[in-house]
Write a protein that binds this ligand. Sequence first.
Ligand SMILES: Nc1ncnc2c1ncn2[C@@H]1O[C@H](COP(=O)(O)OP(=O)(O)OP(=O)(O)O)[C@@H](O)[C@H]1O
Ligand SMILES: Nc1ncnc2c1ncn2[C@@H]1O[C@H](COP(=O)(O)OP(=O)(O)OP(=O)(O)O)[C@@H](O)[C@H]1O
Ligand SMILES: [Mg+2]
Ligand SMILES: [Mg+2]
Lengths: 257, 257
Amino acid sequence: RPRVIALANQKGGVGKTTTSINLAAALAELGKSVLLIDMDPQGNASTGLGVLKADRKITTFDVLTGEASLEDATTKTSVQNLHLVPGTTDLSSIDLELVTEANKVQRLRKSIDEYQNPQTDFILIDCPPALNLLTINALSAADGVVVPLQCEFFALEGLSQLMMTIRQIRQTVNPSLRTQGIVLTMYDVRNNLSGQVESDVRENLGPLVYRTKIPRNVRLSEAPSHFMSSLQYDSKSSGSVAYRALAVEFLEKLEHP
Amino acid sequence: RPRVIALANQKGGVGKTTTSINLAAALAELGKSVLLIDMDPQGNASTGLGVLKADRKITTFDVLTGEASLEDATTKTSVQNLHLVPGTTDLSSIDLELVTEANKVQRLRKSIDEYQNPQTDFILIDCPPALNLLTINALSAADGVVVPLQCEFFALEGLSQLMMTIRQIRQTVNPSLRTQGIVLTMYDVRNNLSGQVESDVRENLGPLVYRTKIPRNVRLSEAPSHFMSSLQYDSKSSGSVAYRALAVEFLEKLEHP
Ligand SMILES: Nc1ncnc2c1ncn2[C@@H]1O[C@H](COP(=O)(O)OP(=O)(O)OP(=O)(O)O)[C@@H](O)[C@H]1O
Ligand SMILES: Nc1ncnc2c1ncn2[C@@H]1O[C@H](COP(=O)(O)OP(=O)(O)OP(=O)(O)O)[C@@H](O)[C@H]1O
Ligand SMILES: [Mg+2]
Ligand SMILES: [Mg+2]
């Protein structure tokens, strides 16, 4: 069974999608077979990997409503070893769609349990900026959570709420759920705030925080407009180098928790 | 009746809260009486104005469930002429709370219609990063929407979806809803992306886009950790200057649409 990792944080704009795309691409570059599931109605991960609205025939919505299997919804991307289940704006009405269903928080888990593709090493899930049914489905299906944390005050404020939700999911529907790690994003050496947030988080959460920090790097925000991961768009940029280092550290930590 | 303005954009981290707090503070400085309603479960607007979790006795949740009036929930802030209805994490379960209620999208509108405070000039509503029941309530109650738009590719991708939702609300529950204006945020003169997004948006949406741009300015992201608006924290910073200019342009545009 592939290892399932959710990229989650209810704070908006902290780098969930950027980390999903580039960590997935870096793992694929290391020869891992990766499936990225786009659970966000905005569909940014799908666009960022070049799967545009017209190409999204079967989506995560169809998987959650039981209309399609994960295999049906899986599509190739321009990155070797990386496949995608595209997102869709329909996802924002999933609550209504599943209102009469029992066990609506385990729809994704059920689909992953039935997934018949033994070569897949990792399933990554890009979550929307909310602790809603979509994110709860992802956390219920995941083995681990990677939390992108922007080095800003508001982002820090929401962290305890997220950790609490992860604990609740572990105590109820998913006993094996672990916080895999916290990755500092948009780190800007020029501003004190980044340094303050870093020392605050390392002091309180210590080993949970990856050593690798993702710097603020404009190439990371340019890449999606070319429908590429940053690793393809500008391989030597500081952003690409950091995501490759994160992939190595992420794998190391899996081996030696 | 006060004029009601929603700060909305389902894309996360684009500056909704920062614009809510600082536009409200700038209008208050110009002598307008302003009420800010925090509709986000994260409660960032409440924290940013110094109303911490322990002080949030009656919240937006109580208003939406009909337990309290707007007057009951209104609390002072450290800014003269600016009052707040605090947010709470309970807001993320509002869907469940109102599942049996008819007319659940008009709960906020009903509360504002019953609001007995004729001195209030403006009600601003800070929305969460989703087109969910909370944002729909805000749009159903609002006269106008101010859309903070981060100068990034992913932020641009979501704009058409937001404009479509505003049109749908206007055609169904709120015929007087208008897009008041789009404000470019985190504008960085050093990077091409900001310039590209600006020319793209001004070309397609012309007069809807405010002339005033909010620059990327670290003082804006430091202010909330001191529980102050940027205008209080660093009055002469480029961010504060920009939000004062935005308030003047916002009022001008109201007078001469
Ligand atoms: N390290 C970085 N340096 C510079 N820009 C970045 C970096 N990481 C992300 N960005 C940009 O910042 C914006 C927010 O990032 P992203 O969309 O990945 O966050 P998110 O958490 O997925 O947002 P949402 O909450 O809306 O899903 C995007 O425009 C992205 O291109
Ligand atoms: N012009 C700016 N310059 C620098 N930093 C900014 C600016 N505007 C906002 N920020 C910072 O960027 C982050 C995102 O802004 P903010 O929280 O206001 O966005 P939001 O749209 O309300 O996010 P959410 O979608 O989570 O509600 C915050 O940490 C904020 O302090
Ligand atoms: Mg995202
Ligand atoms: Mg906000």
